[in-house]
Design a protein around this ligand. Structure first.
Ligand code: ADP
Length: 368
C-alpha cells in the first residue's frame, strides 16, 4: 500500500511536444484517482511515467517514500492494465496470469494459490484453460485485471481499460472495478476520456487539458464548483449551457444581460460581480437548473426566466431533453417528462439561480 506522489512532473517528447506540464498530485494510499480529459491532454503519458514506461523530463515520481524516476518498471511494484489487454495469445488464461509471478521466481504452490484466488474474485475460474482468442472482450479484460491482481502490487494503474468494450459491458465492468477497489483496498490510478467513468468510479478526479491539471477534487465538488469553463463543459451530460452575456446596471441593480434576456444578479453575489459591470461574462447553467421541475418550483421569479423556442424534443422516459434557442444562443433543458410542448413553441423557463455560475469571459475562470 502506498501514496503515489508527482512533483513538478514534466514530459517533453522529441520535437519539443510538452505533453505533461508541471503536474503536482498526491494520490493517497488506497485512493481511487481518475485522470480524465480529452484525447491528447497528457493523461496516458502521466500514467506511463508513474509506471516507468516513459522517461520523466523533469520533476519526481514517488511511490511510497521512494523516488522511482530511475527505477525500471518491473521494480516499481505497480501493475498496469491496458486498453488492449496485452495478453499472450499462445498462453492459457492460467499461464497468462501466472507469467509475471514465474518471472519473479515465485514458488509453484504460491503461484497457484494467487491465480486461483484472483480467478475466484473475478469469476473466471472456468476459463483458466482457455486461450485468449476463445474469450469475449469482457472476459479478456477480466484476465488482464487478474494478471495485475496476482502481483499484489502497491498500486494499480489502468489505462482506458474499458474502451474496447460495448456500452453495456462497460457499465458492468465499471462497477466490477469499483467493487474490486473496495475489496483489495489498494491505490488505483485510472485514465479515461469518459467523464461518466470518472464521475462514477473516482474518489477524486483530476481533470487535465493540454498537459495541465485544471482541477483535482471529488466528483461532486467538481460538478458543483468547477474551476473554469473547460471543466464545467467537460464534466456533465448533457453539458453545461454557456451564454455569452455581460453585466449591466439597471435602476441601480446588477443584471446578467443577453440580447434576449435579463436576469437579476442575486443579492449575495453583488460584491463578487460588481467589478464586472459593463464587462463580458459567460453565464453557465446546467440543463437540470433551467426549466426542470426543481427550477420551476424553487427558482424563476419573474426576474429569473429565459424565453426560448423549442427546436428539438428528446423524450428519455424519466425526463425529456429540450433543445432550445433564445434566438441568439442555443441551449439544453432537462424538463419533466410530461411537460407538454411542441417544436416551434415559445416557452418560458425558470432558472435556479443558486446553482448557476458566472465565468470571466477573458480568463475563463469561475467568478461565482
Ligand atoms: P492522452 O492520453 O490524454 O490522450 P497522451 O498522453 O497520449 O494523451 O499524449 C499527450 C500528447 O503527447 C499528445 O499531444 C500526443 O500527440 C503527444 N505524444 C504522445 N506520445 C508521444 C510520442 N511517443 N512522441 C511524441 N509525442 C507524443
Amino acid at each position: 500500500m502506498a501514496d503515489v506522489t508527482l512533483t513538478n512532473v514534466v514530459k517533453i517528447y522529441p520535437g519539443n511536444v510538452k505533453a505533461v506540464d508541471n503536474v503536482n498530485l498526491v494520490v493517497k494510499d488506497r485512493e481511487f484517482v481518475v485522470l480524465v480529459g480529452p484525447s491528447g491532454c497528457g493523461k496516458s503519458t502521466t500514467l506511463r511515467m508513474v509506471a516507468g514506461l516513459e522517461e520523466i523530463s523533469s520533476g519526481t515520481v514517488k511511490i511510497g517514500s521512494r523516488i522511482v524516476n530511475d527505477v525500471p518498471p518491473k521494480d516499481r511494484d505497480i501493475a498496469m492494465v491496458f486498453q488492449n489487454y496485452a495478453l499472450y495469445p499462445h498462453m492459457t488464461v492460467y499461464e497468462n496470469m501466472a507469467f509475471g509471478l514465474k518471472l519473479r521466481k515465485f514458488k509453484k504452490t504460491d503461484i497457484d494459490k494467487r491465480v486461483q484466488d484472483a480467478a475466484d474474485i473475478l469469476g473466471i475460474k472456468e476459463l483458466l484453460d482457455r486461450r485468449p482468442k476463445a474469450l469475449s472482450g469482457g472476459q479478456r479484460q477480466r484476465v488482464a485485471v487478474g494478471r495485475a491482481i496476482v502481483r499484489k502490487p502497491e498500486a494499480f494503474l489502468f489505462d482506458e481499460p474499458l474502451s474496447n468494450l460495448d456500452a453495456k459491458l462497460r457499465v458492468q465492468m465499471r462497477t466490477e472495478i469499483s467493487k474490486l477497489h473496495t475489496r483489495l483496498e489498494t491505490t488505483m490510478i485510472y485514465v479515461t476520456h469518459d467523464q461518466v467513468e470518472a464521475m462514477t468510479m473516482a474518489d477524486r478526479i483530476v481533470v487535465m487539458k493540454d498537459g495541465i491539471v485544471q482541477q483535482v477534487d471529488t466528483p461532486l465538488n467538481i460538478y458543483d464548483t468547477p474551476a473554469n469553463l473547460f471543466v464545467s463543459g467537460f464534466i456533465g451530460t448533457p453539458p453545461m449551457n454557456f451564454f455569452k452575456t455581460r453585466i449591466g446596471k439597471i435602476d441601480n441593480a446588477l443584471y446578467i444581460i443577453e440580447d434576449t434576456f435579463k436576469l437579476k444578479v442575486p443579492e449575495k453575489w453583488k460584491e463578487a460581480i460588481a467589478p464586472y459591470e459593463n464587462k463580458a461574462v459567460v453565464f453557465g447553467v446546467r440543463p437540470e437548473d433551467i426549466g426542470s421541475p426543481e427550477a420551476e418550483s424553487k427558482g424563476g421569479s419573474d426576474l429569473h426566466k429565459i424565453n426560448a423556442k423549442v427546436e428539438v424534443i428528446e423524450p428519455m422516459g424519466a425526463e425529456t431533453f429540450l433543445y432550445l434557442s433564445t434566438g441568439t444562443q442555443s441551449f439544453i433543458s432537462r424538463v419533466d417528462a410530461h411537460r407538454k410542448t411542441v417544436v416551434g413553441e415559445e416557452i418560458s423557463l425558470a432558472v435556479l439561480m443558486s446553482k448557476t455560475h458566472i465565468f470571466d469571459a477573458a480568463t475563463e475562470k469561475i467568478i461565482i
